[in-house]
Design a protein around this ligand. Structure first.
Ligand SMILES: [Zn+2]
Length: 77
């Protein structure tokens, strides 16, 4: 479990204006932090969130990271 105060500080690394939510069970087969906009799942291993987009689990139907809303907004800003 991620402490609530830490969770409040974490943001999607693709777009740092977007908060994350904790999911005890996720498609990543591990607890994960889910981006509340792009639904990318950042796996939490041994209570440590892995915030690398390259290791995150893409939402169903999303072929690659460039299709995610957060990644698109980063390219445009
Ligand atoms: Zn995102």
């Amino acid at each position: 479990m991620i402490p609530e105060d830490l969770l409040q500080l974490l943001r999607c690394p693709l777009d740092t204006s977007i908060p994350l939510e904790y999911q005890a069970e996720s498609a990543a087969k591990l607890p994960a932090l889910r981006c509340t906009r792009c639904s990318l799942l950042y796996p939490v291993r041994d209570e440590i969130p892995c915030m690398l987009p390259e290791e995150a689990v893409l939402p169903p139907g999303c072929p690659d990271i460039d299709h995610l809303p957060c990644q698109k907004s980063r390219k445009h800003s």
